[in-house]
Design a binder for this molecule. Structure first.
Ligand SMILES: [Cu+2]
Length: 113
């Protein structure tokens, strides 16, 4: 009897905690997926400034895109074929946030308005 009650109480606590957490930070998160296949598809993402952006890089064939580099934000994440890599940031101001492969051959951008 006692263990069952403890488990139920723990579940109730967890449910309460996650419900609270999801209210504020995830509200307004703008999610997008970019397929990496010897380039970025799509190569432009339009978002609203001031809200967090979560981009999933779904890497099929990275070719020379060993990492995705957001030079203006000092943000760099290695990519792996067959894996998804999530990049999160908040564009505080309207503008263009460019990203590219380390050699700046393959390019893309996040346009915040
Ligand atoms: Cu390259």
């Amino acid at each position: 009897m006692k263990p069952t009650l403890t488990i139920l109480a723990a579940i109730a606590l967890l449910a309460g905690a996650s419900a609270q957490q999801s209210k504020t930070p995830s509200k307004g998160v703008q999610k997008a997926t970019i397929v990496v296949d010897n380039g970025f598809k799509p190569d432009t993402i339009n978002v609203k400034a001031g809200r967090p952006v979560q981009i999933t890089f779904d890497t099929k064939h990275k070719a020379c895109i060993s990492s995705v580099v957001f030079a203006g934000m000092n943000l760099k994440k290695p990519l792996t074929d067959g894996k998804k890599t999530v990049v999160t940031f908040t564009p505080k101001k309207a503008g263009t946030y460019a990203f590219a492969c380390p050699m700046k051959m393959m390019k893309g951008k996040v346009v915040a308005k």
